[in-house]
Design a binder for this molecule. Structure first.
Ligand code: ZN
Ligand code: ZN
Ligand code: ZN
Length: 156
């Protein structure tokens, strides 16, 4: 994975911090257990950037961080790969980056990928691109079938 600058790490830390589960144990809400798994906090716990003290265990935190890092690695490649990835042509670099990202999905507690354009599930064999869109308070990161976004000018 890419080595990130302090600035990038801070941005990712913010994104991970916002990933609060809908249900949280009392201990987790009080900052005494991991907000994601409800388990004990070890030495490697992460203090999240939230208004009230919330912490995540090292395992859950790094799993979520890995999801973001691999997503951005893949997105960075696709945004510059105008001759293959953006044309829905076979690209081994893009495929490799996607494979690395794929294995982080379940560990990060994310749902199976869905296309933001057609809303159908994305299967392993289908050509996919990472897509980002602006939300009210933060950017949202997701995926789309390459075919579904090819009608748009470029992957953003
Ligand atoms: Zn945890
Ligand atoms: Zn590519
Ligand atoms: Zn689609």
């Amino acid at each position: 994975m890419t080595v990130l600058s302090t600035e990038e790490m801070e941005r990712l830390h913010r994104l991970v911090s916002w990933e609060m589960p809908s249900g949280m144990t009392t201990a987790a809400a009080a900052g005494k257990a991991c907000v994601w798994c409800g388990g004990p906090l070890g030495e490697d716990r992460a203090r999240l950037q939230t208004s009230v003290p919330r912490l995540g265990c090292g395992r859950c935190y790094s799993a979520r961080l890995a999801w973001y890092i691999t997503w951005y690695d893949w997105h960075r490649h696709v945004s510059s790969c105008t001759t293959a990835c953006q044309q829905a042509r076979v690209c081994h670099v893009g495929y490799g980056l996607r494979a690395v990202h794929d294995v982080t999905i379940a560990a990060a507690g994310k749902e199976a990928p869905q296309c933001v354009s057609c809303h159908h599930p994305i299967h392993v064999g289908e050509m996919t691109v990472p897509v980002r869109w602006e939300g009210t308070s933060q950017d949202h990161l997701g995926y789309a079938h390459t075919q579904c976004v090819m009608t748009r000018a470029a992957v953003r």
